[in-house]
Design a protein around this ligand. Sequence first.
Ligand code: ACO
Length: 361
Amino acid sequence: MNAPLKTANGLDHVVAAETELSHIDGEAGVLIIRGHELPELVRDFGVEGTIALLWNGDDDFIHSRPRIQQALGAARLASYARLSRLLAATGGLDVIEGLRSALASLSDDERESELIVAGAAPVLVAALLRRARGLEPVAPDPHLTHGADYLRMIRGSVPSAADAAAMDAYLTTIADHGLNASTFAARVVASTGSGSVSAVAAALGALKGPLHGGAPGPVLDMLDAIETHGEPERWIEHALEKGERLMGFGHRIYRVRDPRADILKAVLKTLKGNPRLALAERVEAAALSALAKAKPDRRLDTNVEFYTALLLESLGIARHGFTATFAVGRVTGWCAHILEQRRTGRLIRPQSRYVGPELRK
Ligand code: ACO
């Protein structure tokens, strides 16, 4: 007879993979990517350096960073060359579903498909955001950095150095984050021997939910509602009484403030300024105090999505493009995990506990 199984609903505290890629210390509020802390990556590595680190390791970082920049530029151009075919089945879909559909139309069999999807994501999201405004897509400039070119393809003009640096910091900050739901989805698919495009399509499906990467748009909706109401403390109290969740707060792993929230808040302050920052700070303080009262046994703090919403709004990205912009950054982490799973992992196949009706005679 099989040993009795212990159910871990939601897989809390279950270690489902070993990884060299990233580690979250949820008690200390620290995120480490291959031995480097996040502030160092934002300051010294940037998006291309972080991708080089995630995909290739520390050994050849100096050489691999410019190679990554060049390869990503070429991948963006290659995606643009087949843009109309990639967008063919996206009519009527919103930006994140359009991205999912377009990426899923790529083949798993192409060489270097990780590079292809990482290059395609910003080109597709920029084109989908422009399409929603009735505008034609803008061709990539392979000489720009990934973040600067993403903004340029959305806006149609080269961004200021400050805006480009802010996008670079955002994409770096969210590149990888342990075995979050979307990364796990990618690893499950990769563990079956399926290809990188299929694994990324699964990850996108997981990312778009409001408990994961779908939260930053609703953060702005919440700020809108609070601004209209006029009294943050009362609005928040009422929302919690109704059993609603405050978007941008709480995390499965962090028991303290998500370190990414502070990085993004600091980046936000380097820009011209979001007129809502003062309101957001008041809402954050009110939310933390109300959550501490409502859930005294569970430490709920600010997560990455709260300041993501303000930062992306300051960069002029429409809120219906926030989750897809998250995907532009996270796709590089997904690909690193897919490659690692392929190298070191085995088929991921957990069990379920049967609680259905007994066998009918
Ligand atoms: N607002 C109000 N209550 C909350 C919140 C919140 N933001 N987060 C958790 N809680 C409450 C839950 O209702 C639950 O209460 P209960 O025990 O009385 O039922 C308790 O805290 C524990 O919550 P869980 O759902 O068990 O925590 P879990 O680890 O599964 O959830 C999650 C983490 C999904 C992020 C949650 O905190 C949440 O829904 N936050 C709001 C959405 C959000 O900000 N998502 C982005 C997350 S960051 C990212 O994925 C990139």
